[in-house]
Design a protein around this ligand. Structure first.
Ligand code: PMP
Length: 422
């Protein structure tokens, strides 16, 4: 299939897969929202560095110094990509889930957290050790701001945190992050942005979005698995107990007069990065940030709008298909679309797309059970899947198709033609 229409080359674009009907086709990767294929450029950068990597921070040898420089340079590259402010910290984590759990562990005691029920479980669940206010699903960006505003208005004094997803992993809809951040700040609250789905598709800059922290995953941003980021304000992070206790996080450890140990923790990002870090992962994330910045989001967004028009336009011609949406047909969305097809069990449809057309999509409840219940009009005690896709799914789960910078027209065209045929 022709790759000419895809702005950035990704790995795996020549993979051939067998079809149950006989023969084989080039794999149609339409599950970017789960994990995007790594960019060829990231692979090349990592391959060029791999022969030289060494331990970071404590090694005296030449390769250790080189790795330490590249690790810290990667931090600066990510800071620049995210439009960090003076004094902001960039902490390397394992992924978004890890980043948000880190922040949850760093909240001052008594913090009240505000979160919409529409969140991915990674941004819905980490706060449960704190007082949490769950907000009902809004039906427009304006209603999201109004809902948050009135909840904050009614809240007692004390530290407050709002956690919001920039783009939904289910509907792809873009949330009004800056307006929500402004509402939070008007009420003395802070805001953390879950940018797992937004960062691969749109510029995410703390200065412009006015968010206090941002979290994202390398494996959704065209880098491999295992590295993510939490970036933002240093004060709560520096005041908190380290996320992990151990070497690297501690500046000085000594036996105390009472027979125990005294520890002085670092007040930089290292405070929350105990143990030997994922240096290659951090380097890969930085490489992906550089590649996206160089490609330019203007170009990436324009390309994605083209693909969205093809996809949504194609599905709209099929009366049995219902695209899931909170904010309505005109909502701003990234390349993530979930839908149900009347008369089809979603897991059977996803299996048929794979077996008969070589197209990889996802089906299930996408780790956003309350949102799916709202979108599908189900009761909260209806049977549910635990993972994003596993086993025999209830008939009313949804199918999700998602794409990005490596997607050629042909994948989307084949997908629409397949759904029509099925
Ligand atoms: N937030 C959103 C919006 C997501 O889509 C995901 C992944 N599906 C996560 C958080 C969690 O990301 P990870 O699995 O990389 O920790």
């Amino acid at each position: 299939c022709s790759e000419e229409s895809a702005p950035l080359p990704v790995l795996g674009r020549d993979v051939r897969v067998p079809l149950v009907t006989g023969g084989e086709v080039t794999y149609g990767a339409l599950d970017y929202a789960a994990s995007a294929p790594a960019l060829q450029r990231v692979w090349d950068d990592v391959a060029a560095y791999a022969p030289y990597y060494g331990s970071v921070h404590r090694g005296a040898g030449h390769l250790s110094q080189l790795s330490t420089d590249l690790f810290e340079q990667s931090r600066r590259t990510v800071a620049e990509f995210l439009g960090c402010r003076e004094g902001d910290q960039v902490v390397f984590t394992r992924a978004t889930t890890d980043s948000l759990n880190l922040l949850a562990a760093a909240l001052p005691s008594g913090t009240r957290v505000f979160v919409f029920e529409t969140e991915h479980h990674a941004s819905l669940l980490p706060w449960r050790a704190h007082e949490v206010t769950y907000l009902d699903a809004p039906r427009s960006p304006e209603q999201a701001v109004a809902t948050l505003e009135s909840a904050l208005h009614a809240a007692p004094a004390g530290p407050k945190l709002v956690c919001v997803t920039g783009a939904s992993n289910v509907t792809g809809e873009v949330w009004p992050v800056r307006e929500l951040a402004r509402a939070a700040h008007r009420h003395g609250a802070r805001l953390v942005l879950d940018a797992a789905q937004l960062a691969p598709h749109r510029p995410v800059r703390l200065t412009e979005l006015e968010a206090d922290w941002v979290a994202f995953s390398g494996h959704k941003l065209y880098a491999p698995f295992g590295a993510g980021v939490l970036a933002g304000r240093a004060d709560w992070l520096c005041a908190a107990e380290p996320y992990l206790a151990g070497g690297g996080a501690s500046r000085r450890v000594a036996r105390a007069a009472d027979g125990g140990v005294d520890v002085e923790w670092h007040t930089t990002a290292a405070r929350h990065e105990a143990g030997s870090p994922n240096v290659i992962g951090a380097y890969a994330v930085a490489s992906a940030c550089r590649a996206l910045a160089e490609a330019g989001f203007e170009r990436l967004v324009a390309r994605e709008e083209e693909l969205l028009a093809r996809l949504v336009g194609g599905l709209a011609e099929l009366p049995e298909v219902r695209i899931l949406s909170l904010f309505g047909a005109d909502a701003d969305r990234v390349g993530v679309v979930s839908f149900v097809v009347e008369g089809w069990n979603s897991s059977h449809l996803a299996a048929a797309l794979s077996a008969e057309y070589g197209i990889g999509v996802r089906d299930g409840l996408f780790c956003a059970h309350p949102l799916l219940r709202t979108l599908l009009g189900q009761r909260g005690d209806a049977p549910a899947e635990c993972g994003e896709s596993a086993g025999e799914a209830p008939a009313s789960n949804a199918v999700r198709v998602s794409f990005g910078a490596g997607t050629p027209d042909e994948h989307v065209d084949r997908f629409v033609a397949a759904v029509r045929e099925l």
